[in-house]
Design a protein around this ligand. Sequence first.
Ligand code: SAH
Length: 218
Amino acid sequence: MLDTFIHKGKRKRLVELLEKKGISDEAVLEAIGAIPRHGFVEGAFSAEAYEDKALPIHAGQTISQPFTVAFQTQLLQIKKGQKVLEIGTGSAYQAAILAKMGAKVYSIEREARLHREAAVRLEDLGLEVMLKYGDGTQGWLENAPYQGIIVTAASPSVPDSLMKQMAIGGRMVIPVGSLEKQRMYLVKRVNRAEWTKEILQSFKFVPLIGRFGFPDQD
Ligand code: SAH
């Protein structure tokens, strides 16, 4: 995908806006400054790619608002080489940000078309991310435990399956609530048997649909 001088300028302004909105993690801001978000949205929306808003992608889904991506990523406090599991690959923008930061990213998507397109996009950018097609509410046991788990769709609760796949000392960020509105939860695994939970600000995500998510309406 072509990355022009104009795109770079728009990205720099987006980074400045996110800083004003309270994002302070340099590694997160650097990744947002580097990843061409216009390549993750449909052509018709590319002019709006650097505005701080969610945009439609295929299969009736959305690419999260840049502030939301930055907020969730900052909460993960991920370091280079650590394993992160993402539920809801979508456009793969969030996965690209994490990979750019040096995380070893595993990402699951339940919409076949999005899963396929994500693989092409990430390859174009030369980013290595392990992608899986299926229901992410059950996690990805083969590669567990994860230092970070990020759920990018609205969940009715924190799935036990995901809690069990967290490393000790690991963090999970997940929006929990109704279909209309959720609060961001930050879950930390203290030891084998204990987790803590902090409830943060409100967001609105598309639903997490699956065995431990919301039921499929179709
Ligand atoms: N992280 C994405 C955001 C996409 S929106 C991005 O950066 O663009 C959330 C995505 O979660 C949608 O693509 C939706 O299809 C997917 N999803 C919903 N339920 C899921 C489940 N049970 N397992 C995996 N993906 C799911």
